[in-house]
Each structure stands twice: as C-alpha cells, then as structure tokens.
Design a protein around this ligand. Structure first.
Ligand SMILES: [Zn+2]
Length: 258
C-alpha cells in the first residue's frame, strides 16, 4: 500500500500542477490535450448532446465516478481533467462518466430538458412517477444511458458529484460509512459526513445503488458556488484517500477497513 500511496500522491501533485499550469500557461491546453483519454459516447440526451464516459486505471476494485448530474451544480465538472489525471495511474479501475445531464448543464438548470430531476428518475423501489420525477423510471435518455453503463460496468463503489448551499459534506447510501469518513479525512475541514440528506429522495441514484443493491455510493456535495481553488484540492485529496483505502472485497460489510 505504500507504493499505492506514493502513486496517488504523485497523481495528486500532477493534477494540481495541471490546474496551476492551466491558470498561467497557454501551453497547458496542449499538454492537457496530449494527455486526454479516449472518451466514448454511451448515449445522448433528449436534446441530442452526447453522454461521455472513459475507463481509466487498471486492476483493483471497480469505481464509477459521475462528475455531474444536476445541471446547475457544475462545481465537480470543472475538475474533470484533474480527476482524469488523478485516476490514470492508480491500480484501480475507474469508470468516469463526465455528465449525466448535459442538457441541464448547457442550460445551467437542475433538471433535464423535459423538467425531470435526473436524480429522481432511477428504477429504485421507491420511485414515484410525477412531473419532476418522470412518467416512469429511466424516461430520460441521458439517465437511461448512465444506468445502462453502470449496470455493464458493475462497480464496487459509485461516487457522484453535486453541490449544495449547506455544503461541503459527503452523504452516503449502502455500506459506505467508512468510505465517507475516508473522503472527509482526505478532504479535511470543513468537510463532514452527513448520513442523511434530511428529506425523501424517491427514485434517486443513491437509493437505486446503495439502498436497493447494496453498492456503496458516496454523494459528494461541494459548497454551492465555491471558487475552484476551494473545491479542487479537497476533491482530489478526498478521492485519493478513498481510492487508497478501498478494499477489493468487503470485510465486515464495508469496503474500507483501515
Ligand atoms: Zn445535486
């Protein structure tokens, strides 16, 4: 694990340098392009925008990371290149899904183009049809594409990036208590673990994965509107801590035991 810790530390440094370079040197764009992974299009949104994903890293537990789902919460999406740089060399297989709601992102609004919350449209046991939830689970093409991709990838852990006015904190569903604590410890204060969002979330990704299927899922909530220098370093450090501590098989029901 010392080797892994070293690789992750190097990746965090590289990712941070990439960020620093982008702020100061035009050549950083070319560098980023040369290092960019081969993205696949796994589906398209209602308005025809591509939903993109890439698999990175190798071996180890399989981790799916969704960098954005609510279109007006783009705090995680802006760190996509840094996440790619972080996960490239770690001995974990990471499926990175760029944006589960590209129409919402383009319009800077929470919902899909048809007004459905993409985090209420999952085929969870507690799905409730409605104008904000959709007439049926997976009625939104982008959500259906991400769902299909997750089922195919079969992750041991799902991580999804959001932002909230009451952030930053990490919420979890399923057997992810220790993983959430690992993220908090990596990210540092004022990050904390919030076991419950405090309101019902029928048809959410967290319910579908964590509650119904027992797949640990971390919901990362940045402070809404925080500048990127306040979101990037804790995100990368938190992710590094989670990837470092993730065990290939659960022990005593948890994937993180150290
Ligand atoms: Zn959200």
């Amino acid at each position: 694990m010392r080797t892994l810790a070293r690789i992750i530390a190097a990746a965090v440094t590289a990712a941070s340098l990439l960020t620093a370079c982008r702020l100061t040197a035009p050549a950083a764009g070319a560098l980023a392009a040369a290092r960019s992974p081969r993205w696949e299009t796994i589906g398209s949104s209602r308005e025809g925008r591509p939903v993109r994903a890439v698999t990175s890293g190798r071996g180890g537990p399989r981790v799916a990371l969704i960098a954005g789902i609510h279109g007006d919460e783009q705090e995680g999406l802006r760190h996509l290149d840094e996440i790619v740089a972080l996960v490239r060399d770690v001995p974990r297989t990471v499926r990175l899904i760029a944006d589960a709601n590209p129409d919402g992102t383009a319009a800077n609004k929470r919902t899909t183009a048809s007004g459905v919350d993409p985090n209420r449209n999952w085929p969870a046991g507690n799905f409730r049809a409605g104008p904000r939830h959709g007439p049926r689970p997976l009625s939104e093409p982008a959500v259906a594409a991400v769902h299909r991709d997750l089922v195919d990838f079969d992750p041991a852990l799902v991580i999804v990036l959001h932002a909230a006015r009451s952030g930053p904190f990490v919420n979890f569903d399923g057997p992810a208590r220790k993983l959430a604590a690992a993220f908090r410890d990596g990210a540092g204060a004022p990050w904390h673990v919030r076991p419950s969002m405090g309101y019902p979330t029928p048809g959410s990704l967290g319910t579908w994965a964590g509650v119904d299927r027992g797949i640990p899922i971390l919901t990362i909530e940045f402070a809404r509107g925080a500048p990127r220098e306040e979101t990037g370093p804790p995100l990368l450090a938190g992710l590094a801590a989670v990837l470092d501590g993730l065990m290939p098989e659960p022990e005593q029901g948890e994937y993180f035991v150290r």
